[in-house]
Ligand binder design. Structure first.
Ligand SMILES: [Zn+2]
Length: 426
């Protein structure tokens, strides 16, 4: 593969530093050289991409991916999709994410056991387009928890994998590990969109969460959890969960605990689904002027307060807003960046770091993803405009002129105009 030289770009490198004019040379799968004087870099036989002042930034990382979710209004809709259609839907979603600049996806949960796994394997094998993925288990949940849609008189599939007590939890997690997942998901609290257990309830016992983490560790897997209630957040931290989602009802003690664990944990508010349900859910039966609407408004307010504190205390925060429901279509995932600014008080630079540098860390590849740094994996976007001025730019495919994943050009709108130069190395 020839080296690729981005020449004359405005480089936003993901570190939080201001954008600078420069050239970036990619060799093989990695960033080889960065020059802080545009036009100053040459490379023998390189393909040149004239960036003309467009912004070169790291590829986005979806920190709460559900690539097997598509258009569901109710959680139970996911259980209704037959496996064959579900594989195809997941395959299409993987492409949609990459088309929208997401070169990595950390899966929060899948909706059938092997969906994430099979699509991850196909992407890794080069047979399907999609982001680099960490595949997740289904949402392991207790009877009555989020993801248990059964009725007493009727078996019913949803997206959950129901397991109660140490033995069943152990077996469920071993099964997921055997089938090849990278991340285990457990639902510790309920949810306001769940019939039996609302978000204020903590329904998975301490012993069950401890068991889940211990078994996942035996297999070398990470653990994600759904935790809205303060008690659920504390339980997650005590038991050693790696990625703690939601957390909007965290009290002072829970926030202190998250801070004390900040070197090993990540958190993610998943604000997109709350925003979508409140402001864009009318067509799907979610009315603003309803009990649910008032609950969603409360969740936005408490999320803003909690995440302002977590941000100040340096807890690592991921973007990813439960995209894949009717009110949060796949492909809109980067809207979370603007939600972080508009709803949660982040600066555009801070929000973008959540979607690049911090996301890169959760992918578990060590310090080699999510920034434009020499030696890092070359996941790059060339954006028409300045995302720091307008975060909406990165939401729309048309503004992503180049998408590079691990040194390979997935998209280059100027490909027809690329001139191959051989220039003398100096
Ligand atoms: Zn989720």
């Amino acid at each position: 593969m020839k080296p690729i030289l981005f020449r004359g770009a405005n480089v936003w490198d993901g570190s939080g530093a201001p954008t600078f004019p420069g050239d970036v040379l990619v060799e093989g799968s990695r960033i080889k050289t960065i020059a802080r004087s545009p036009g100053g870099l040459t490379a023998d036989g390189a393909t040149i991409i004239e960036a003309h002042g467009r912004t070169l930034m790291p590829g986005l990382v979806e920190g709460h991916a559900h690539i097997s979710f598509g258009g569901a209004v109710n959680d139970s809709d996911l259980g209704n999709i037959p496996p064959e259609e579900h594989v195809l839907l997941t395959m299409r979603n993987a492409k949609t994410l990459l088309d929208h600049g997401f070169t990595s996806a950390y899966s929060a949960a899948t909706s059938k056991l092997r969906l994430d796994v099979v699509i991850r394997n196909e992407i890794n094998g080069g047979r399907l387009p999609g982001p680099r993925m960490r595949a997740a288990s289904p949402e392991i949940t207790v009877t009555g928890g989020l993801g248990d849609e059964r009725k007493a008189h009727m078996y019913y599939e949803s997206f959950g994998m129901i397991a109660d007590g140490k033995e069943e939890i152990t077996k469920a997690i071993r099964l997921c590990c055997r089938e090849g997942v990278d991340n285990i998901k457990v639902n510790i609290s309920g949810d306001d969109l769940s019939p039996a257990a609302h978000g204020g309830l903590t329904v998975m016992s301490e012993e069950e969460v401890q068991t889940a983490v211990r078994v996942a560790r035996d297999f070398g897997k990470k653990v994600n959890c759904h935790a809205r209630a303060a008690a659920a957040v504390k339980r997650a931290v005590r038991c050693g969960v790696d990625v703690i989602y939601h957390c909007e009802s965290a009290d002072e003690e829970a926030i202190d605990m998250l801070e004390s664990a900040k070197d090993r944990i990540f958190v993610g508010p998943a604000i997109g689904i709350i925003y979508g349900t409140l402001y864009e859910g009318e067509a799907f039966g979610f009315h603003r002027d309803s009990e649910l609407g008032r609950t969603m408004q409360r969740v936005i307010d408490t999320t803003a307060a909690v995440y302002t504190e977590l941000r100040k205390r340096g807890v690592r925060i991921l973007i990813g807003g439960d995209y894949g429901f009717a009110q949060t279509p796949q492909g809109d995932n980067a809207r979370d960046l603007k939600h972080f600014v508009d709803l949660l008080g982040f600066s555009p630079n801070e929000a973008l770091q959540c979607g690049t540098r911090i996301g890169g860390q959760v992918m578990g590849l060590g310090d080699e993803l999510g920034q434009i740094k020499e030696g890092y994996l070359a996941d790059l976007l060339l954006v028409d405009g300045d995302p720091l001025e307008d975060l909406d730019l990165v939401v729309h495919e048309k503004n992503l002129h180049v998408i590079m994943k691990e040194g390979s050009l997935y998209k280059d709108i100027s490909a027809a105009k690329i001139v191959e130069h051989t220039v003398a190395a100096d």
